[in-house]
Design a protein. Structure first.
Length: 160
């Protein structure tokens, strides 16, 4: 099931709060984007239904950015309003969100920004052609499937 990007962001805010951590606008944007990529790669379906654009500091979800803009580079202090239902804590989608939190939650906003707009990422491909253009889910899915395959190969080569 696809949620709103705000519902996914709220799930990350809850996870961070449970650990006594705080999230900035940029870090939250990047975590939501990364979770979307892994959902596309692992589940074959989008995590959220909002558009993603290639902005200067990496992928941005405008529908999520607008309510977060008031925080600037500061910490997000309250849940984001959404008309979508909450992410079901027992769903496959929540498993993806939790996995992304575990794997990427320790990185800073700038580190996540760097990860999401390296050469060869969906952001870099769109940014090179049309800054602030939409990043299609098909391009994101292809990128995260490649990451998944690289990790699978790395694990199998260390196991032998």
């Amino acid at each position: 099931m696809a949620y709103s990007a705000a519902a996914v962001a709220n799930a990350f805010l809850e996870l961070s709060s449970q650990e006594g951590k705080r999230l900035t606008n940029m870090k939250l944007q990047k975590l939501v984007y990364i979770a979307h990529g892994w959902s596309l790669a692992l589940l074959g379906q989008p995590l959220f239904y909002n558009d993603i654009q290639a902005w200067r500091w990496g992928p941005v979800i405008p529908k999520l950015y607008n309510p977060l803009r008031k925080y600037g580079s500061g910490v997000v202090t309250e849940p984001i309003p959404t008309d979508s239902e909450r992410v079901d804590v027992f769903s496959r989608e929540m498993s993806i969100i939790e996995g992304v939190w575990k794997a990427y939650g320790q990185y800073s906003a700038m580190q996540l920004s760097s990860i999401t707009h390296d050469n060869g990422t969906p952001w870099s491909e769109v940014w090179a052609k049309k800054p602030q253009g939409q990043i299609p889910d098909a391009l994101i899915m292809e990128h995260y499937r490649q990451l998944k395959n690289e990790r699978t190969r790395a694990k199998s080569s260390t196991a032998t």
